[in-house]
Write a protein that binds this ligand. Structure first.
Ligand code: SF4
Ligand code: SF4
Length: 250
């Protein structure tokens, strides 16, 4: 396996090559990349961060995020809010590094790699070489696999991929008059898990859908399971997929 050539431009496809990288407090650029970011959060990122901070979903969304609705994209996106201080640093950066390191977003974990899918859905990775980042001059050598394992990205990717399938689906959303309601459902199940939990237990949700008793018990406290149930409910509600069992229609 050969190290990737340093002179190939900012986005370099990785197909079996290794790369050199390290990020640590002694590097001259330390923390420089944790500012002025347009950092899109996934539902799993929000789950990890709000639990790390011991906050309710509503409170976390209000204090630390901005919601973006962009023309041509039906689904609202949530970005991590930067602070108003000089150079707009991330709220979670400190002189010693990231204060939420174990629960940092997937985008912070995967850098300096980028991940996408090629024709036929094949997973592809590339190296993102930004000029200010001096981590590429360090000796430590990685492959895609060793980097993903080191950064704890397997769980993130497994859960985020279920959500990506929803937001990249080409299935129609149905009549336009239902779109607003559907986007409200999307926002709640994706980003506001505490409200989704209340909705399940305080609306006729459990009368309408059949869930195993152990699942009903588990989602009272297990946010990850609740999020994955939310993805199934969204596929059912947005696209009419048969991902939920409806009472009386078994
Ligand atoms: S710019 Fe690169 S090396 Fe410097 S702190 Fe950020 S990721 Fe680490
Ligand atoms: S969450 Fe942590 S790693 Fe990500 S931008 Fe903020 S301080 Fe940096």
């Amino acid at each position: 396996m050969k190290p990737l050539d340093q002179a190939d431009g900012p986005f370099q496809p990785l197909e079996g090559e290794s790369f050199h990288f390290a990020c640590h407090p002694k590097i001259a650029c330390f923390n420089r990349c944790c500012a002025d970011l347009n950092l899109v959060l996934t539902p799993y990122d929000i789950l990890c961060l709000k639990n790390r901070l011991g906050m309710a979903s509503d409170q976390f969304l209000e204090e630390y995020t901005d919601t973006m609705i962009e023309e041509g994209r039906p689904y609202p996106r949530v970005q991590l809010k930067m602070s108003d201080k000089k150079d707009r640093p991330c709220h979670f950066v400190s002189p010693a590094g990231c204060t939420v390191y174990e629960d940092r977003p997937g985008a912070c974990r995967i850098y300096p790699l980028g991940r996408g899918s090629a024709h036929g859905g094949k997973e592809i990775f590339f190296l993102v070489k930004e000029d200010h980042c001096q981590g590429f001059s360090e000796d430590r050598e990685w492959t895609v696999e060793t980097w993903l394992a080191d950064q704890g990205l397997k769980d993130h990717n497994r859960i985020n991929d279920q959500w990506m399938e929803i937001i990249t689906s080409s299935k129609p959303l149905g009549p336009p008059e239902h779109h607003l309601k559907k986007m409200q459902m999307f926002f709640m199940a994706s980003y506001n898990l505490d409200r989704f939990r209340q909705f399940i237990f305080k609306s006729p949700f459990l009368e309408r859908f059949v869930l195993e008793p152990e699942i009903i018990e588990a989602i009272k406290t297990d946010d990850r399971l609740l999020l994955e149930l939310g993805f199934k409910w969204l596929r059912f509600s947005l696209f009419g997929e048969k991902t939920m069992r409806v009472r009386g229609k078994d």
